[in-house]
Design a protein around this ligand. Structure first.
Ligand code: SF4
Length: 577
């Protein structure tokens, strides 16, 4: 019997740990059990033909919100091609509501709800023997359950070969479940957290560091729920400081202890990335989704981590939560923006199958799409139109903030805004992004891809035409900030025409390099034995007048070193001479 375990990932760079766990669990199933991974960006036809060419007896799919519609079409085609092929569906998207979208699809033979490491091999053994499960057994397969004793699970990492994850993200799991019960989240469904033995985690890390991946993501829902374990793992990964690998963790910032902060502060730059969900700064909203949290403590801890400057920090807000109107969301946005994290993700509430909030959606008047990913359309507190504006703001955050391309310009503009947010007393970054989103929408830039090179002029025109009246900075100063940002993020000597100054001619800057050569060698000793000509091609040197709002010295000669990229920000080094 040949069984295919099929993962349809949401992007090419993703890899799927679930199918590897299942393959390991099926080691005693007679016949061949093979894993096939695809992405939803591959054509249905090519995935279909790859599966059929394998001549399988059983095809088992791992189903999520991002692939369920794809899996439905694929399963139907496979069954039509050969009705003897048995189709099994598992994964979060079929674990509730009697199989969710698959419950009435007769081309799916079996649905496995919850964790499948015990259920799948049992089912395959029955199929292999030609025994059809009885109704009770089928119902058991369809009832959500988790496995007991994670330590007994066979390692999925045994299948990771050297360099098999080149250009891909690798995933590792040190625990399952979450200590919290947020009502919009699937992880709140199981009781408590179950941990894998540390030696298994360390072995997994060792294998993954040889897989060719540059990023290892811990899929643990709240990695720092247990201080001692988090510290042991963080201390353990320090040995990979020079392995050119980043370790990513999802944490609860409010649970960070002094010991954890101390450990994080000492991490080598760029070794660790943290993702910290804030979701809202309003207690009433957080309590309504069963997520009461000490917001102030969480914010203070993120501020501390950002101040360490060695950890790429990612923060999240969710739009569409109960009791959070557009104006209250503005306050959440301004507070979270003010943290100056490296990545600020604005997500939208999804009413997932099996989640408590989906069952009580009517209470908050939540209207959501009836198809995956079940995203909110409106609720009692925020209108559909307001959520669409937030969608545009989320896109602008990606282009202008998360890209890191406008780091200093945004800082200067927001800090020089005449009016702050009257509720939080903070600079009103929300208003700036609201205006930017409107401008980008009106000019059609949100409907087509825009080259990074062109974004600088687009942003400059926006500032010139739309926000001159609310900021105090002169336009020439803004150009200086944009030029500074361009050089650091694009790492390119060819400036857009609008950023070229007459007084920065090639000759002037070459003379500048001659004059400041000693200072340059002091800050960048690697240039000591280089000729001026060679240095000239590796750096950009010029005089800048930056505003105090950027936090940088105001008048200075700066050398940008394109061979020195920060592992934390991804920006080129800027050296004051
Ligand atoms: S949202 Fe995060 S903290 Fe809340 S239950 Fe889910 S995984 Fe846990």
């Amino acid at each position: 019997m040949k069984t295919l375990l099929v993962a349809i990932n949401s992007q090419y760079v993703h890899s799927n740990l679930a199918v590897l766990y299942l393959k390991a669990a099926c080691s005693e199933v007679p016949g061949e059990v093979k894993v096939l991974e695809f992405s939803i960006n591959e054509s249905l036809k090519s995935v279909y033909s790859a599966i059929i060419r394998e001549k399988p007896d059983v095809v088992a799919f791992s189903c999520y919100i991002w692939n369920i519609e794809y899996v439905i079409k694929l399963s139907e085609d496979i069954k039509k091609a050969n009705q003897n092929i048995i189709i099994i569906a598992g994964g979060p998207e079929v674990s509730f509501d009697n199989g969710g979208l698959l419950c009435s699809k007769d081309f799916v033979d079996y649905i496995i709800a919850g964790e499948g490491e015990h259920k799948l091999p049992q089912l395959l053994k029955s199929i292999q023997k030609g025994i059809k499960p009885i109704v009770d057994e089928i119902n058991k397969l369809k009832s959500f359950s988790v496995v007991d004793g994670l330590e007994t699970l066979k390692s999925p990492y045994q299948f990771i070969e050297k360099n098999s994850l080149k250009n891909k993200i690798a995933y590792v799991e040190s625990s399952r479940g979450c200590p919290f019960r947020c009502s919009y989240c699937m992880s709140s469904i199981t009781d408590g957290v179950r941990f894998f033995p540390l030696e298994k985690v360390f072995d997994a890390i060792k294998r993954l560091t040889k897989s060719g991946t540059r990023i290892i993501k811990f899929v643990d829902r709240t990695f720092n729920s247990k201080e001692e374990r988090a510290l042991e793992i963080w201390n353990h990964i320090r040995q990979y400081e020079n392995a050119d690998i980043v370790f990513h963790f999802e944490i609860d910032p409010a649970l960070l202890t002094e010991k954890m902060l101390d450990c994080l502060e000492k991490m080598p730059p760029g070794l660790v990335q943290l993702e910290a969900g804030i979701q809202s700064v309003h207690q009433k909203t957080l309590s309504a989704v069963n997520r009461p949290r000490p917001v102030e403590k969480a914010i203070k801890n993120i501020e501390k981590i950002v101040s360490f400057k060695n950890i790429h920090t990612h923060v999240d807000l969710i739009a569409g939560l109960p009791y959070e109107s557009y104006d209250l969301f503005r306050q959440s946005f301004n507070r979270v923006y003010n943290l100056s994290a490296h990545h600020f993700q604005l997500g939208f509430l999804k009413l997932l199958r099996g989640s408590e909030l989906r069952n009580s959606a009517d209470f908050h008047g939540i209207k959501y799409r009836s198809y995956p990913p079940y995203e909110i359309i409106s609720n009692k507190y925020i209108t559909a139109e307001e959520l669409l504006i937030l969608k545009d703001i989320a896109e602008c955050l990606e282009l202008f903030y998360n890209s890191g391309r406008f780091h200093s310009t945004l800082k200067a503009i927001i800090n020089s805004c005449i009016k702050g947010d009257s509720n939080t007393g903070l600079p009103d970054s929300f208003t700036l992004f609201e205006k930017l989103a409107l401008d980008m929408r009106e000019k059609g830039y949100l409907e087509r891809p825009v080259k990074a090179f062109n974004l600088y002029e687009i942003f400059f025109m926006f500032i010139k035409d739309r926000v001159r009246d609310i900021i105090t900075l002169p336009i020439e100063t803004i150009k200086e900030c944009l030029k500074f940002d361009y050089l650091r993020s694009m790492k390119n000597l060819t400036l857009p025409a609008f950023l070229i100054k007459k007084e920065s001619s090639k000759k002037t800057r070459q003379n500048m390099l001659k004059k400041y050569r000693d200072e340059l060698e002091q800050v960048l000793p690697r240039f000591k034995k280089h000729s001026l000509e060679s240095i000239w091609h590796q750096i950009y040197i010029d005089e800048f007048s930056l505003p105090a709002e950027t936090g940088y010295p105001q008048k200075a000669v700066i050398a940008f070193d394109f061979g020195d990229i920060s592992p934390v920000t991804g920006l080129a080094g800027a050296y004051y001479l």
